[in-house]
Ligand binder design. Sequence first.
Ligand code: BGP
Length: 470
Amino acid sequence: MFYQKLKPFPKGFLWGASTSAYQVEGAWNEDGKGMSLQDLHEPPAGVTDFKVASDHYHHMPEDVELMAKLGLKAYRFSISWSRVMPAGSGAVNEAGLAFYDRLVDELVAHDITPVATMFHFDLPLELHKQGGWANRATIEAFCLYAQVLFERLGDRIKYWLTINEQNCMVIHPNSMYPKAIGEVPDRKNLYQQSHNMFVAAARVTNMLHEMWPDAKIGPAPNITAIYPATCAPEDVIAADNWESIRCWNYLDVAVFGRYNPICWAYLEEKGLTPEFAPGDAELLTSAKPDYLGVNYYATATVAAARNDGTDCAAREGDQQVMLGEEGVYRSAANEHLTKSEYGWIIDPVGMRTTLRRVASRYGLPILITENGLGAKDTLEADGSVHDPYRIDYLRRHFEQAQLALTDGVDLIGYCPWSFMDLVSTHQGYGKRYGFVYVDRDEDDLRTLRRIPKDSFAWYRHVIETNGAEL
Ligand code: BGP
């Protein structure tokens, strides 16, 4: 459809940027912080771990100052559970909580809306030792942790996100589990973990609504439209299956309080159905998210499975990520799309499609909680960082966001990943996403100086004009 006129980005649009605690904070063992699973990472030689990261813990006021210079309206960050509750449950670490208290104060003082994720891959190690999310005691621990956050920060944080990329923790468990733990739990266990996460998210959603009726809360899964490789009906079914299993199930449970029927049938067929405790079904239906966080990076294209032992293969350019499932679907090439230097598909139009599908299914406001380009940026001798590829990437995605708005999607904000350079989930510090360059590399912490990239000036102008000039 050709529009005569595009809708402008609405007044109050939350132009933001994202980070997560373990990828940006550092100070992994300071001020009483407990260990999380992410602290066990032993990356291969030449790739950094998460111990210092961008040292945001010690640079926080300066970093918020830069957010203000960028003109951010919102900052989406995560709270480290084991910094606030070192054992995951029980005693509160006041010094750790004080960090978030100061961060939120700084943000509010600069008119930046805090958007806080409660759990972003960094499960407290003590909880992991007791069975992690597969143990229902972790649901109780999460509720205690949530209660502390809501009591202590709820007067100033009005946008909460429960769990980051719950679907990725099931499909790609190495997003949460470091190699050091040995074998990752089997899939039956992972789907039970996921079920317990649904229950935990529902409980804290209801808790927030009781404690702070003016606050909003929602999930933040990684959602993407799945394309069929061809218009062969079998490919269409495979795409539909995978979209239901990978994406819709996570939003269906969060919004409708019931499993997606296609996904449930798949779980039955594979012997993966989770156990419901008495009261779970009612609880899930009672919790109503106010908005949906959507992490969007790339669409996937799939074909019907062949079921001949070749359906599953490593993602090109990233051997750690397996795509396809034997007998369910296989990954297919999409000749219409290009890829980043890290092999990630670039598909701005796919983001519009994704947003339209989410809006049509759920009718809730959407906040893009992540989207961005990982690249090897270069610090020039004159101290500048030129990242025209990132500007181009974001511009093309912002254009599609505006088209999605014009299509009728209730898009309330856009938080690119990431505000500043940080440690990638498993590709170290060489893969940078930020508007702000951090002067360090994998092995050498150098000066940790913050240097706005070209994309910083560009994004500032976008925000200043409320997206009228992209
Ligand atoms: C998402 C995660 C983030 C982030 C991003 C980029 O899946 O929520 O934590 O890291 O992807 O991925 P990567 O760091 O692997 O490049």
